[in-house]
Write a protein that binds this ligand. Structure first.
Ligand code: SF4
Length: 95
């Protein structure tokens, strides 16, 4: 019968690599901010208001953790850095 168990040395090596990866995964999990450059360009997104209109007043805006924090937008997928003071041509007044 063939021994299918990993040799102790190989087991410890794999375990060490797995433990070393934990901090990397934690750090990368904390910085999950992202932008969607192509959609921003298409919609002429800017990080400042236009004619008194801003993202925080828009029906598509999803606020961040506080009133001043960056949020996201329902029509710009994958972008988590939308400024509450930003604006784009898809702006629609929040009801
Ligand atoms: Fe801001 Fe435009 Fe999204 Fe409205 S649609 S939240 S104005 S980026």
């Amino acid at each position: 019968m063939k021994n299918t168990q990993l040799p102790r040395r190989q087991f410890l090596k794999i375990g060490g690599i797995a433990l070393a990866m934990i901090p990397v995964m934690v750090v990368s999990g904390q910085s999950n901010a992202a932008t969607n450059a192509s959609m921003r360009t298409s919609l002429k997104y800017q990080a400042k208001p236009e004619d008194g209109k801003s993202c925080v007043q828009c029906m598509h805006f999803k606020p961040g953790t506080s009133a001043k924090a960056l949020g996201s937008c329902n029509i710009i997928p994958g972008d988590t850095e939308i400024s509450p003071h930003g604006y784009c041509i898809a702006w629609a007044k929040k009801s």
